[in-house]
Design a binder for this molecule. Sequence first.
Ligand code: HEC
Length: 134
Amino acid sequence: MSGRSGTGLRRARLAVLVAGLVAAPAAAQAADPEARGRLLFLQCRACHTLALGEGHKVGPNLNGVMGAAAGTRPGFAAYSKALRESGITWDEAALDRFLAAPGRAVPGTSMAFAGLPRPEDRAAVIAFLARATR
Ligand code: HEC
């Protein structure tokens, strides 16, 4: 389907763009993981909003997700059974495991994202998320 490959291409371009942005002022970002996390979160923005009251996209609005049970963002009807029944509570360790490889951490999840292989990238995204979803 052409729509699908178009999305793939856009996502690939976005990944390149994000890689460039993240590589640029590496020293400054190392000192400020939240700023680095904000850039890395551009990959997540396609599917997630963060602020209270913003609408859901393909994925749920993530406001209030820290400390919450998985699969409980209000008004999001498209959770997988796998995530709803995972028993996960989102703290830093649980997010770290999930974001490394969503499909491995929660087999059957509908989050179509390969994962963030680098621990420092996950730490930066989680630091940003924790603040941006409060
Ligand atoms: C292609 C769309 C897509 C992308 C990209 C994506 N997500 Fe998701 N995300 C989803 C969907 C869909 C779900 C619900 C998964 C399920 O029900 O199994 C989800 C679930 C989640 C959850 C659990 C929410 C809850 O209420 O339990 C978190 C946290 C999350 N995503 C964070 C991220 C972060 C951080 C990124 C970027 C590194 C990201 N996502 C990238 C679609 C996406």
